[in-house]
Design a protein around this ligand. Structure first.
Ligand code: GLA
Length: 386
């Protein structure tokens, strides 16, 4: 990958050799749709991710090229006037990051040339976009010598996604990518940004990702809709409780007060947010106690809640997960990421992985009409200069 992006860069732009950088993708093990509700998440960075070659230029333009979208060619924009433009496609992500850095007073002057290439499947829910964002911030920090730590980077990238792209995402993806650590997941309290690295020792098991290949489409608007449903449920609860976020509630406190949420749909959304947060805390405790079985059961319960109360799964993800539950050697399985398509994450005994992929793959194809893709993944580090 490193050589391929460098070669493409030299072909397109010539001149001095560029530096090459990498940022991972992420998978969330448990704690879904809790990060914008002041709850806990438990994601990890992957060894797959996004590579980019980059160099400053004196032309006052930003040039973006992606080896994943070769047909789009080099997307060239005026470095002094960064606005969201649909026709700039994926390059709105790096543009957004550069814009936000400037708005925060970082002197990112002049232009830059970039070539990106990623091995995270697109629209998979493994955060290819957050990977591009964090990678871009890391590149700009390096090329301009900016004083920026990885937590600041994750916050700025979230802001770019919220304000420039218009998706009201939480901090999880950007944080997991910027702060990734090999063989560890990150137990993050999104209310305070306090975090802890938890070693992931799965013994004779591995993490298997199944990508539904369902494109998300309306996903982003549905995402914002879920977020506002939670905000509205919170506002109702705040008429009787002194809380700032749903993540502050225990299940008991929620049960005692849920009746004030007049709308049954919003009530279910809030229930998910509260219960999923508590499940995440319990799952990390289980893992620390070496109880992988309980961890898996909590993953399964997370999926049920996302399916029935939060309603972000759909037939593709449900088929993958429900078929996974029936397979031998599966410790736990659930959808991961925003939902509405994308991927599932399963913990599977290593010697059962081949049968798992065969069986789940076959059932999925028969029922859905097209194939799923499977990846046995490893937990990797955050951004690096290669
Ligand atoms: C997306 C968002 C995250 C998080 C998840 C759902 O990945 O970017 O902030 O809300 O969905 O858990």
């Amino acid at each position: 990958m490193k050589d391929a992006v460098k070669k493409k860069f030299m072909e397109l732009y010539g001149g001095a050799e560029p530096d090459v950088f990498f940022a991972p993708g992420r998978v969330n093990l448990i704690g879904e749709h809790t990060d914008y509700n002041g709850g806990h998440v438990f994601p990890c960075a992957l060894t797959i991710g996004t590579y980019a070659a980059a160099r400053r230029n004196e032309d006052g333009v930003l040039r973006f090229y992606s080896m994943n979208f070769e047909k789009l060619g080099v997307i060239e924009v005026d470095a002094a006037a960064l606005v969201y433009d649909k026709k700039d496609n994926w390059s709105n992500y790096p543009k957004g990051v550069i814009d936000v850095l400037r708005k925060h007073g970082y002197a990112v002057e002049g232009g830059m040339d970039f070539v990106y290439s990623g091995n995270i499947p697109n629209s998979s829910g493994l955060s290819s976009s957050a990977s591009i964002e964090v990678l871009t911030a890391f590149i700009v920090k390096t090329l301009y010598g900016l004083e920026l730590n990885f937590i600041e980077i994750s916050k700025l990238c979230q802001e770019a996604e919220n304000k420039f792209i218009g998706v009201n995402c939480g901090i999880m993806d950007q944080f997991a990518i910027a702060m990734g650590r090999k063989n560890h997941a990150i137990f993050l309290d999104t209310a305070t940004l306090e975090y802890e690295y938890a070693p992931i020792d799965l013994g004779d098991c591995k993490i298997v990702i199944a990508c539904s290949n369902k494109k998300r489409g309306l996903g982003d608007s549905k995402y914002n809709e879920r977020r506002s449903e939670c905000e509205s449920a919170l506002a109702s609860l705040q008429t009787v409780l002194n809380i700032r976020a749903l993540g502050e509630l225990t299940e008991e406190e929620f049960e005692a007060n849920r009746a004030v949420i007049a709308d049954p749909v919003k009530e279910r959304r809030a229930k998910h947010a509260v219960y999923e947060n508590r499940r995440t805390v319990r799952a990390v405790e289980a893992l620390k106690a070496g109880d992988l079985k309980l961890f898996g059961e909590l993953m399964n319960a997370s999926h049920v809640s996302l399916r029935d109360d939060y309603e972000v799964t759909g037939i593709e993800l449900d088929t993958l997960v429900e078929t996974s539950w029936e397979q031998e050697g599966v410790i736990g399985s659930r959808m991961t990421g925003a939902g509405f398509g994308g991927c599932t994450v399963s913990i599977v005994k290593e010697d059962k992985i081949d049968a798992f992929i065969r069986n789940v793959g076959e059932t999925y194809k028969n029922k859905i009409g097209y194939a799923a893709d499977f990846y046995v993944v490893e937990i990797g580090n955050g951004p690096v200069v290669l």
